[in-house]
Design a protein around this ligand. Structure first.
Ligand code: GFB
Length: 317
């Protein structure tokens, strides 16, 4: 088990992102005093020489690799080169430098899109690499598969304690609400809110509304990440989810209710549906003693409140 104590030197790569900022909050709340961070302007994680220099100087003992190029279905589908390039570069630089400079343990964050498009449901960890990937996010998925295989390989060849977790769709405070690049949940919150405040009687929803997705609040993911850093030392990339999923139509109904938008939904079939379903089997993590606590409706309510605090209401008025 990892020897974390309040004085441990912990590097959170990507501390300004949705997941990294939640991990930073969770570490701070848990009393860790030596958290190392670097903004993108201070350290470009795609620059191998700079990353190596950083690790040589700072010598972090524990590394949360939450830095990644991420986006929703449209961003993934239209910028595959950026997604594969940036994610592979970040992973190679951070994982290799962490090992080279003697880090005790590294946790790599992947994504449920690593699994085959038509995987049996719920998806067990062993279904990895048993079928073709979903084309809209293949480049991102290949990069994430490479990341978890890198952790597995460094563990096997060098004995480096690198673990991987594969979260389902994440949302929460700090999310990206840009309609071109965001994931579905923040996009729907923004669309419902803007339709409400502008008095529009309709809002657009991409695709058919039939795909099913599982949504995990980012504070639950941060909690799971700390739990795994402290209690999990194995090669298998662990699924992290809530254990149940909803259709996009059900999701938008809940969002509409929380936001208070009473108009019509218009489904835009020119936009892709993506994977029909990616419901994770979380039996392994549950057996270790962790489970998600934040329900979807509560999570949407607090995310909407955060969006309003950030000026979402002003942007729409
Ligand atoms: O969250 P999302 O963009 O990504 O879309 P994926 C999920 C579903 O919601 C798709 C539908 O079926 C979308 O067509 N959807 C409906 C919308 N309305 C909207 C909208 O306004 N915006 C968006 N973005 N979607 C991503 C992957 O897949 O999930 C990434 O591309 C990553 O690689 C991430 O794995 C977790 O769930 O389809």
């Amino acid at each position: 088990m990892a020897n974390l104590d309040p004085r441990s030197r912990i590097f959170v790569a990507g501390h300004r992102g949705l997941v990294g900022s939640a991990i930073y909050r969770a570490l701070t709340a848990a009393g860790f005093e030596n958290i190392i961070t670097r903004s993108r302007s201070e350290l470009d994680l795609c620059d191998g020489t700079a990353v190596d220099r950083f690790f040589a100087a700072e010598k972090p003992q524990f590394v949360f690799l939450a830095a990644a190029k991420v986006g929703g279905i449209h961003a993934n589908n239209t910028q595959p080169a950026t997604f594969i390039h940036d994610n592979l570069s970040i992973q190679i630089n951070v994982i290799d430098s962490a090992w080279q400079h003697g880090a005790e343990k590294l946790l790599f964050l992947g994504s449920s899109c690593i699994y085959p498009k038509m995987a049996p449901q719920p998806i067990r960890e062993e279904y990895l690499l048993t079928g073709e990937l979903e084309p809209t996010n293949e480049a991102y998925a290949i990069a994430k598969i490479a990341g978890l295989k890198m952790c597995e390989s460094y563990r096997r060849q060098y004995g480096f304690n690198a673990i991987s977790v594969m979260p389902t769709n994440i949302y929460g405070p700090g999310d990206n609400f840009d309609l071109e690049t965001s994931h579905v949940l923040p996009a729907l919150i923004r669309k419902a809110h803007e339709a409400k405040v502008t008095g529009s009687n309709e809002m657009a929803v991409w695709g058919s509304g039939n795909p099913r997705r599982e949504f995990l609040h980012v504070d639950d993911l941060a909690d799971a990440s700390l739990f795994c850093m402290q209690h999990y030392d194995d090669a298998i990339a662990l699924n992290v989810g809530v254990g149940e999923d909803v259709t996009i139509r059900e999701l938008v109904e809940t969002v509409r209710d929380v936001v208070g938008f009473k108009g019509e939904l218009v489904f835009d079939s020119s936009k892709p549906d993506g994977t029909p379903r990616k419901w994770l089997d979380v039996g392994r993590l549950t057996a270790l003693g962790w489970q998600a606590r934040i329900g979807l409706r509560d999570g949407i309510e607090s995310t909407y409140a955060w969006y309003l605090e950030q000026g979402g209401a002003l942007a729409a008025e």
